[in-house]
Design a protein around this ligand. Structure first.
Ligand code: 5GP
Ligand code: 5GP
Length: 226
């Protein structure tokens, strides 16, 4: 190979290095689940999806690509529109595990479309639309958060529980420390609203959080009935 050939080869090798390094343009995911009792028990209230009242379980809010410094990318690809047909085989699991609670009442496609466009499009280097939703569903099943909490005597019964007790129960259950987020009921009581669990860039394994979300939870919080 002549000098020119080497130069071209070097250029190509350099380029492929660059491409492989920029494959994952985020550092980890948050799997975020919401407690329907807390979403509904606010001044804003809620609407059940057209299929009826969801079961009393955590529902997925989203799978959110994030950076280690706490910031995050959003709306990464306006050309990648949400396609209902791409998740047809997941629909019954989506309705059960990712129900929408916003008003007016609807099937859930608006919520899923929003999550895909805002967050999912930022992990397209790793997974396509079908994989994005399927990974979130699998992760939610794997975490089994309500079971973990009730096994530790933490029940959605409007009682107040120690923030540390909830955090430790989940840490013992899944092996990693979760982030907790609270919101306020109309009487201004803090209640458990969302749980954040960190996931590796493949979207399949739980990891220790590089950074925890700021969750605004006091040391005692209510676990609302639903
Ligand atoms: P809020 O202001 O209600 O906490 O968040 C509004 C929206 O911003 C969320 O629904 C989500 O789309 C986005 N968001 C809030 N916090 C985070 C975060 O820590 N990471 C990511 N990736 N998105 C977030
Ligand atoms: P994020 O907060 O992820 O940016 O966006 C949440 C958006 O999805 C809001 O526009 C909200 O109205 C809509 N949405 C639809 N259903 C739900 C739901 O069940 N929970 C939450 N948190 N947002 C929902």
């Amino acid at each position: 190979m002549g000098v020119k050939g080497w130069a071209i080869l070097k250029f190509l090798m350099f380029q492929s290095l660059f491409v492989s390094q920029s494959q994952e343009d985020f550092d980890f995911f948050y799997l975020v689940v919401q407690w329907p009792g807390a979403y509904c028990d606010t001044k804003r209230s809620c609407c059940y999806p057209t299929s009826g009242k969801p079961e009393a379980d955590f529902g997925i809010h989203g799978l959110w690509p994030n950076y280690k410094d706490g910031s995050w990318p959003s709306n990464c690809d306006p050309d990648s529109q949400f396609g209902r047909s791409q998740i047809e085989d997941l629909l019954s699991r989506m309705k059960k595990n990712w129900p929408t609670l916003s008003c007016p009442s609807n099937e859930g496609f608006n919520f899923w479309e929003h999550e895909w466009e805002k967050h999912g499009t930022c992990s397209e280097s790793v997974m396509d639309q079908h994989e994005y939703f399927e990974n979130a569903l699998k992760l939610k099943d794997k975490a089994n958060l309500l079971q973990i909490l009730t096994n530790s005597g933490i029940n959605p019964d409007d009682e107040f529980y120690d923030l540390n007790k909830i955090t430790n129960a989940i840490k013992d259950g899944i092996g990693f420390t979760p982030g907790l987020e609270c919101n306020k009921d109309p009487e201004r009581n803090a209640q458990l609203y969302q749980i954040y669990i960190c996931v590796d860039t493949s979207g399949t394994e739980f990891i220790e959080c590089p950074v925890l979300p700021r969750g605004r939870c006091p040391s005692k919080l209510q676990f609302a009935k639903f």
